[in-house]
Design a protein around this ligand. Structure first.
Ligand SMILES: Cc1cc2nc3c(=O)[nH]c(=O)nc-3n(C[C@H](O)[C@H](O)[C@H](O)COP(=O)(O)OP(=O)(O)OC[C@H]3O[C@@H](n4cnc5c(N)ncnc54)[C@H](O)[C@@H]3O)c2cc1C
Length: 472
């Protein structure tokens, strides 16, 4: 009997307990034959930005290489067609079971439910194992059994819960030889071909992720606690794409961390990802809606001027160098430094008075590390309507943030060529320089000080009208 393994956000062979179960089940059934299946939702794929299309395609190509060409890719026109497309493969394989990694975000939960029902209707069972987290969402709870809404106590509970050690791929024998046959019962469509251009050559895959992790450990982990906030340094791991696609599992990273300050802080950042996964699992509406509902009632800007400002923000033409550098880094690389994500998010919500979902949607289109939980809750944390005691009245000043986290101005000069002629930190304040606008850089579209006051005024309005959020 053949087992079908359905790859989703776990595009790797190592430390993949669900895949290992498929291998072991097929071994027990006597066939040692596994269908390693990826189903492309063509509608979703076509909607991705060029960089995101290229990045998914590269991840699948790399997985196929590590499977010696054994990955079976099949197409579905849309998410609603996906169960039927899977059913065809399962029938052709005469499989009695499909195994996959359990998803916890609302979209994946819904899809896996639909697939499970469809497969049941044709007499096939769907088994869901493991998760994309070290500790599955829903596991860490307060002593009274309710979920955490504040990061620090969650972190303590998460540490106390602990996680498994990474497990090697079960499809290899002791000498590293493959002991299973990847079976292809239907025609392989191959990794999807991008229909849009990418401004960069995207590198992806499990091997690349492991090499990135090795490089980071050697060069930057020790200094991570000090350097991770500096936009001008390469002080972070750049593993978010690999984690989002499951090319590496957080267990693999956590297993190698010790007690040094850089290690501690890195573990805490991994825990933010776990925390947001947990919060989204308990509050699925918060993928697209306000975690703290009273913020829905706030006055936000709409209409032609609001749209014009949104377009300027997306294009990196707000006239605030740090904001514009971040938005252009996103457009040209598919990634943005965490500190700068906070700066541009604060600017959209508190300087432009636009709803956080508009920014989150743009990030979803552009980020190769897009993750529903980290994105929605990264936005809501910054906007002040999400988890934790991040007060709404903390408004990032884009100039001061630039001076602090890009002190020599190198980050801005790299991404904003119209400002490349300005030396040093002065690049953050082109309005103070003779010739600062000589190369066509735009003037600020809003006055930060005035918009900060306006933002706080709008907060006062809802504070009077609605009861406060009961955190913790
Ligand atoms: C508005 C906003 C939107 C965001 N959207 C996403 C997203 O869609 N996908 C995503 O993976 N991250 C998102 N983040 C979190 C963070 O910016 C990225 O994870 C980080 O910049 C990735 O770079 P890195 O891999 O070099 O991180 P490192 O600093 O090396 O951290 C290691 C890993 O820890 C996790 N991590 C680090 N910081 C955070 C954080 N603040 N929240 C959650 N996880 C974290 C990531 O998985 C990251 O890869 C968002 C943050 C904000 C403020």
């Amino acid at each position: 009997m053949t087992t079908v393994f359905w790859f989703t956000r776990d595009l790797r062979l190592n430390d993949n307990p669900a895949l290992n179960r498929a291998v072991l089940d097929s071994h027990v059934a006597g066939g040692n034959s596994v269908v390693g299946l990826y189903v492309v939702d063509q509608q979703a794929y076509q909607a991705l930005s060029g960089i995101r299309q290229h990045s998914l395609t590269e991840s699948l190509k790399s997985l196929n290489t590590s499977m010696d060409g054994g990955l079976l890719v099949t197409n579905a026109d849309s998410a609603s067609e996906l169960p039927r497309a899977m059913g065809e493969v399962v029938r052709a394989a005469q499989a009695d079971r499909v195994i996959a990694t359990r998803g916890f975000d609302p979209e994946t939960v819904e899809l896996q439910n639909k697939v499970g029902h469809y497969l049941a209707s044709i007499g096939v069972k769907l088994f869901l194992e493991d998760s994309i987290y070290a500790v599955a969402p829903g596991t860490v709870r307060k002593p009274d059994g309710t979920p955490y809404k504040v990061y620090t106590p969650f972190y303590k509970g998460w540490m106390a819960t602990g996680w498994q050690k990474p497990t090697p791929f079960a499809g290899l024998d002791d000498s590293g030889k493959t002991v299973i046959t990847w079976h292809k019962p239907t025609a392989d469509q191959g990794a999807p071909k991008p229909t849009k251009d990418s401004p960069i050559v995207v590198k992806a895959g499990e091997d690349f992720a492991l090499r990135t992790w090795e490089r980071f450990k050697k060069r930057a982990l020790a200094g991570y606690a000090e350097d991770r906030n500096r936009a001008d340094l390469s002080g972070t791991s750049h593993l978010s794409h690999a984690l989002a696609h499951g090319e590496i599992h957080p267990r693999t990273l956590l297993a190698e961390l010790g007690d040094l300050p850089g290690h501690e802080v890195f573990r805490k950042e991994i825990a933010w990802r776990e925390f947001y996964g947990d919060v989204l699992w308990h509050h699925p509406y918060s993928a697209t809606d306000y975690l703290e509902p009273r913020f829905k009632e706030m006055r936000y800007d709409e209409g032609a001027l609001a749209e014009e400002r949104l377009a300027a923000w997306k294009a990196g033409k707000t006239g605030y160098p740090m904001v514009d550098a971040g938005m252009r880094q996103l457009a040209t690389t598919g990634w943005m430094h965490n500190r700068v994500r906070m700066i541009v998010a604060s600017f959209l919500v508190k300087d432009l008075h636009l709803e956080w979902q508009l920014g989150a949607d743009w990030f979803e289109q552009c980020l190769t590390d897009f993750d529903p939980a980290s994105n929605s809750h990264g936005w809501q944390w910054t906007a002040g309507c999400g988890t934790d005691a991040s007060p709404y009245y903390r408004v990032f000043n884009p100039v001061l943030q630039g001076l602090k986290f890009d002190p020599r101005g190198e980050y801005v000069r790299k991404y904003v060529p119209e400002l490349a002629h300005i030396w040093g930190a002065q690049v953050h304040e082109p309005w103070d320089i003779i010739g600062g606008y000589a190369h066509g850089y735009p003037a600020p579209i809003v006055d930060h000080a005035a918009e900060r006051d306006e933002s706080l005024k709008r907060l006062e309005e809802i504070k009077l009208a609605k009861p406060a959020f009961a955190g913790k």
